[in-house]
Design a protein around this ligand. Structure first.
Ligand SMILES: Cc1cc2nc3c(=O)[nH]c(=O)nc-3n(C[C@H](O)[C@H](O)[C@H](O)COP(=O)(O)OP(=O)(O)OC[C@H]3O[C@@H](n4cnc5c(N)ncnc54)[C@H](O)[C@@H]3O)c2cc1C
Ligand code: SF4
Length: 324
């Protein structure tokens, strides 16, 4: 069955304030960045927006600035542009690793940092054609009343699967958010919610205008497991940041994407700081990850496997970083 785009209007404001006002004043409006995720979804009948607010006309969103206090990466910077930036590569190489792991070259040429950080959550019952979803009476996330993954659940368990977020989380990133009332800065963990339906904690009209990185970050690595190595979303993606002090762990952070409705920093890891990186400590890292990831039947790969993968990636990366 051919899926054509529904009718909608597109506006292309020149400033963030105009974009925020247009979003506030139009209940059915959606922000459009590169459109690599949004447009396929709209084509499948997901969202049915009557207005798309194209952020591509706002020049300020397309800048990368690296200075004495850290980096400011505009939300409209494309992943391809980010991946080629020498200053980001020198100061934050794991950001480049994550950016290069996203989708394919064509997607990265159009897809943006803001669209990736704000990526819609995914599920095998949601990222489907209109007729497929309709034949299943839709689902709780959109147009239906039951979650097919967890039928007794009152909320959606779709997985957040953006690749940049875990790296940005362990680096202590913040996001600059602009709305009709002006701009504010929030810590990246506060951007996300636990519900796959309402996964972004943004007020009406607000959108992400930049990602802010602190000057000094820990040595960081990112690795994802996916079905197709050439191009695919992470079944589990893990970022580990570790500084070694002699024979001890000087600092350690772990963040995960692809398993829960939000990307998150694994709790309890900080208790391992100051100790050695023994096999027992690596087991503890794996245990903490396994306990806090909650993959559901949102992909064709079994949740049990994704849980084990996340733990194994964290263990392996921590070991590699400690070994230098
Ligand atoms: C075949 C395929 C494979 C893919 N593989 C991956 C992958 O491996 N890893 C991965 O992370 N992604 C993957 N993607 C998804 C997507 O290409 C990327 O996440 C991309 O970075 C999305 O950015 P965009 O600018 O195209 O966002 P859009 O599609 O324009 O928008 C995505 C969502 O974010 C919202 N949005 C956009 N910008 C902002 C903003 N500044 N503030 C607030 N909300 C905003 C939109 O309203 C929409 O809900 C894949 C997509 C496809 C089609
Ligand atoms: S987790 Fe449940 S509610 Fe969410 S998209 Fe999947 S089936 Fe729908």
């Amino acid at each position: 069955m051919t899926e054509v785009l529904p009718e909608f209007r597109v506006v292309r404001p020149a400033t963030a304030q105009e974009a925020a006002a247009a979003h506030r004043d139009n209940e059915g409006a959606r922000y459009l960045a590169g459109g690599t995720d949004l447009i396929p979804n709209v084509r499948r009948g997901i969202g049915d927006p009557d207005l798309l607010i194209d952020l591509g006309g706002i020049a300020d969103l397309k800048k990368i600035e690296v200075g004495a206090n850290g980096a400011r990466i505009g939300a409209g910077v494309t992943l391809a542009h980010l991946a080629k930036n020498a200053q980001i590569a020198a100061a934050y190489p794991a950001v480049i690793t994550a950016a290069k792991s996203i989708a394919g070259p064509g997607h990265r040429a159009a897809g943006t940092v803001g669209g990736n950080v704000c990526l819609d959550t995914r599920c095998v019952f949601y990222n489907q054609s209109q007729w497929w979803r309709e034949s299943n009476n839709f689902c709780l996330k959109y147009k239906g009343d039951t979650c097919h993954v967890a039928p007794k659940s009152t909320y959606c368990h779709a997985a957040y699967s953006g690749d940049l977020a875990p790296v940005l989380l362990v680096m202590g990133a913040q996001v600059e958010v602009t709305g009709p009332e002006g701009s504010r800065t929030i810590a990246l963990p506060d951007l996300y919610g636990e519900d796959g339906q309402n996964y972004l904690a943004l007020k009406r009209g607000e959108f992400v205008t930049a990602v802010l990185l602190p000057k000094d970050v820990l040595p960081t690595v990112y690795e994802k497991m996916r079905v197709r190595g050439a191009i695919d979303f992470p079944l589990a993606g893990v970022a580990v940041a570790l500084r070694r002090d002699g024979d001890k762990i000087g600092d350690l952070k772990v963040a995960v994407t692809g398993t829960n409705s939000r990307p998150f920093i694994v709790e309890g890891i900080e208790e391992l700081v100051g100790g050695p990186l023994s096999d027992e400590v690596l087991d503890k890292i794996g245990d903490l990850v396994q306990k806090q990831v909650s993959p559901m039947r949102t992909t064709l790969v079994a949740p049990f496997g994704r849980r084990r993968i996340a733990a194994a990636l964290a263990r392996r990366q921590a070991s590699a970083l400690f070994a230098g």
